[in-house]
Design a protein around this ligand. Structure first.
Ligand code: AMP
Ligand code: MG
Length: 403
């Protein structure tokens, strides 16, 4: 089936998947852990030893044998020093122990400190001896992971929880995907850099900053360059060519529609990129173009309206970058929100509506004037997706602006 035919039946999500299937993750590198925060694991992580490596106490308290608990008091014969090899628990005695201390040989349970009366050199139970069960307050060697077991799969981002596992299993130089190199190309004769003073017929380029702010602080992205080009085929082609030679992905803004001065589709084709989709049934951002470059680069042509750029970059661009980055999923588990909105106007397109989140998990639409209304969008937290004709707003997928 040709692309043109598909456009009528395909959902935007399906079109995106078709593009994602044509992309390969970037190469792998080995980096010191201190440079790996936020990067994507390229290899599974295995336990190099049992975790916990020895049986340890889960509480501050007393290490005991169960048979000794029927005596009225139990003498305390010493203390388990943390970070030292296990002791032996003499029969008829208790050893004071702290969280993480190695369980002494012979010990069957740890009694919590709050469950005893401390009498100086002995303890007396505050609870019935029958309430103490074998294994109470003991974390057994290997109960979290056995040596050799896979603990983490490739494709996970090194967040705080993953970093903890890397440290515990001695992965001081993880194998990670290198950063995805991204280039930006902002097109439009009417645009000036934001720091310049425009004439009334000129605009400050806001799309460049939208994309830079969305992408430049992401640890698995390397923003290579943001170029600007006037609305002329040679200018756009030459900038795109330069970016394609250095980048894994190029996002272009403006010039992608059907106007006489929209040269992006021609430039993309002239440089040997394969168009995957052109036009999606979405609002805003309908003229969105997705293509794959000759070396497998992802190319997205984002319609220039500021809201279209923000929405399409977040909704379509980020999954594209995640696949290039080696993530196991194109999107993290996405929150859904209930939209508090009286206006149930249904449209025949997939509709992205900027919303503010309320603290109870509901969202409110930000009243706006359409895809050029960046002032209203600036007050939103992200956007929801409403399917064509959908009037039940109880559970809508939500994308925050930040990645
Ligand atoms: P285009 O997709 O090039 O037809 O642009 C659509 C609309 O978005 C026009 O009104 C442009 O002036 C505006 N626009 C395009 N690029 C930008 C930009 N970088 N910053 C602000 N507005 C833009
Ligand atoms: Mg333009």
């Amino acid at each position: 089936m040709g692309t043109a035919t598909k456009q009528h039946t395909e959902t935007p999500a399906d079109a995106l998947v078709r593009m994602l299937q044509q992309l390969q993750p970037v190469e792998v590198e080995t980096v010191p852990a201190s440079s790996a925060w936020g990067r994507v694991l390229a290899e599974p992580v295995r336990a190099d030893r049992d975790n916990p490596p020895a049986s340890v106490s889960a509480m501050d308290g007393y290490a005991v044998r169960l048979a000794d608990l029927n005596a009225p008091t139990l003498p305390v014969c010493g203390e388990v020093a943390i970070g030292h090899e296990p002791l032996v628990l003499p029969a008829g005695h208790a050893l004071r122990i702290f969280t993480g201390g190695c369980i002494p040989a012979g010990c069957e349970a740890v009694i919590r400190r709050e469950d005893v009366r401390e009498l100086g050199s002995a303890i007396e139970l505050r609870v019935s001896p029958q309430a103490i069960r074998p294994g109470d307050n003991i974390r057994y060697q290997g109960e979290n992971a056995k040596a050799g077991q896979q603990v983490l799969a490739a494709g996970r981002q090194i967040d705080a929880a993953v970093a903890s596992a890397l440290a515990a299993f001695g992965v001081s130089r993880p194998r990670v995907f290198r950063r995805v190199r991204v280039g930006l190309l902002i097109t439009g004769d009417e645009l000036l850099p934001p720091e310049r003073q425009p004439q009334p017929w000129q605009l400050r380029d806001s799309n460049g900053w939208t994309l830079q702010s969305m992408l430049s602080t992401v640890p698995w992205i390397e923003l290579i360059r943001c170029m600007r080009a006037v609305d002329a085929l040679p200018a756009i082609s030459s900038s795109l060519d330069q970016l394609l030679s250095r980048c894994d992905a190029v996002f272009i803004t403006g010039g992608v529609s059907m106007g006489d001065h929209d040269y992006v589709p021609a430039a993309v084709r002239d440089l040997g990129c394969r168009v995957v989709f052109r036009k999606l049934p979405i609002r805003p951002g309908k003229p969105l173009l997705g293509a794959v470059g000759p070396q497998g680069q992802a190319v997205l042509g984002l319609p220039g309206n500021p809201v279209s750029v923000a929405v399409t970059a977040r909704r379509f661009g980020v999954p594209v970058l995640r696949v290039l980055a080696g993530f196991s999923t194109a999107e993290p588990p996405r929150p859904v929100v209930r939209l508090n909105e009286e206006d149930r106007d249904a449209i025949k397109l997939w509709w992205y509506r900027p919303v503010c989140l309320d603290s109870d998990g509901t969202a409110r639409c930000v009243p706006n004037m359409g895809s050029g209304d960046l002032a209203a969008t600036a007050r939103s937290d992200g956007f929801v997706e409403i399917a064509p004709g959908q009037s039940n707003f109880d559970s809508l997928p939500f994308w925050p602006w930040s990645i």
